[in-house]
Write a protein that binds this ligand. Structure first.
Ligand SMILES: NC(=O)c1ccc[n+]([C@@H]2O[C@H](COP(=O)([O-])OP(=O)(O)OC[C@H]3O[C@@H](n4cnc5c(N)ncnc54)[C@H](OP(=O)(O)O)[C@@H]3O)[C@@H](O)[C@H]2O)c1
Length: 292
């Protein structure tokens, strides 16, 4: 039952921009009305993708803003930590948009606790919201996509997988579990031409991270090779890349770091000036200050 996707050569739009071939497709994005999910939604809207944004409290302002970009957009109320609501979320999206081509599992939350304060409630909420939700959502959209023999799934991970941090036991377990899940889904769905990939964000200032400020944030920025936090809109192009069968026809089971290099966690040995000096272009002979 193996299937080779018919691959259209990428078209180039006026101005030299490569067309991702997503126009007219539909996407369901959990947590799509804020932060990174909204950044992905905006990028997909600019590609002409109709959108369903799922969250506990749909945001009419976000829905309206995306409609102004010329695509059909609906808000879907769902608590993704509840299996029955995830089933309903997928059903409602198909009823409203006709079908789902792209599924972005993005919703998550963090209830950080040091190990001696870890309680059953914060553990269960983290796993239910961040990990189980992806299992239920992927199951529902996979049944739909398998029947249609097409689709693309994108799961949002976290550099918490590769940079262990105090108090993040449950969150890190949930994100590492997503990576494990993504790899199995990629295997199981490949015969149907459905690709499954992951984006691994570093640090972005969003509602989830709004309380992380001051000196800890400054220390973190110094650990990021690009020396700044990310903007949610900077995740959008990476999402378009991985979701597009035109741009990534041969990519499945992959994790793309979008983190300014945070996962490299360089030893803080050199200052920025020293790093720049290492690779500064050699001065021209005779130029002021030259040694030779
Ligand atoms: N910000 C970062 O630095 C960072 C770093 C690494 C990874 N990430 C990942 O990026 C993704 C997006 O996070 P963000 O930073 O953009 O935070 P955010 O702006 O707070 O977005 C989280 C979204 O998830 C939704 N959500 C939370 N619990 C939900 C539930 N039970 N049911 C339905 N929707 C729910 C929220 O909507 P409602 O509250 O309305 O339900 C919200 O739209 C998450 O997977 C996060 O782990 C973020």
């Amino acid at each position: 039952m193996s299937r080779i996707m018919s691959i259209e050569p990428a078209r180039v739009r006026p101005g030299g921009v490569v067309d991702a071939g997503l126009r007219g497709k539909t996407a369901l994005i959990t947590g799509g009305a804020s932060g990174i999910g909204l950044g992905i939604a905006r990028a997909l809207a600019r590609e002409g993708v109709d959108l369903a944004l799922a969250s506990r409290a749909p945001d009419p302002v976000a829905v309206e803003d995306l409609r102004r970009l010329g695509v059909r957009t609906i808000g879907v109320a769902a608590d993704v930590s509840r299996e029955d609501q995830v089933v309903q979320m997928v059903r409602e999206t198909i009823d409203e948009l006709g079908h789902i081509d792209l599924y972005i599992n993005n919703a998550a939350w963090a209830w950080h606790r040091p190990i001696t304060r870890l309680d059953a409630e914060s553990w269960a909420r983290t796993i239910d919201t961040n990990l189980s939700a992806c299992a239920w959502g992927s199951r529902e959209v996979a049944r739909h996509m398998v029947a249609r023999r097409s689709g693309s799934i994108l799961i949002i991970g976290s550099t918490a997988m590769v940079t262990p941090l105090y108090s993040e036991t449950a969150y890190r377990v949930s994100k590492t579990g997503l990576m494990a899940m993504m790899e199995v889904l990629a295997l199981e769905l490949a015969p149907f031409g459905i690709r499954v990939n992951m984006i691994v964000p570093g640090h972005f200032v969003t509602r989830m991270t709004a309380g992380f400020t001051g000196q800890p944030l400054e220390i973190l920025k110094r650990q990021i090779p690009l020396r700044r936090t990310g903007q949610p809109d900077e995740v959008g192009p990476a999402a378009v890349l991985l979701l597009s069968d035109t741009l990534s026809p041969y990519t499945t089971g992959a994790a793309l770091m979008v983190d300014g290099g945070l996962h490299l966690h360089p030893l803080p040995i050199y200052s920025d000036d020293e790093i720049v000096a290492m690779n500064a272009p050699p001065r021209a002979p005779g130029e002021a200050g030259t040694d030779d």
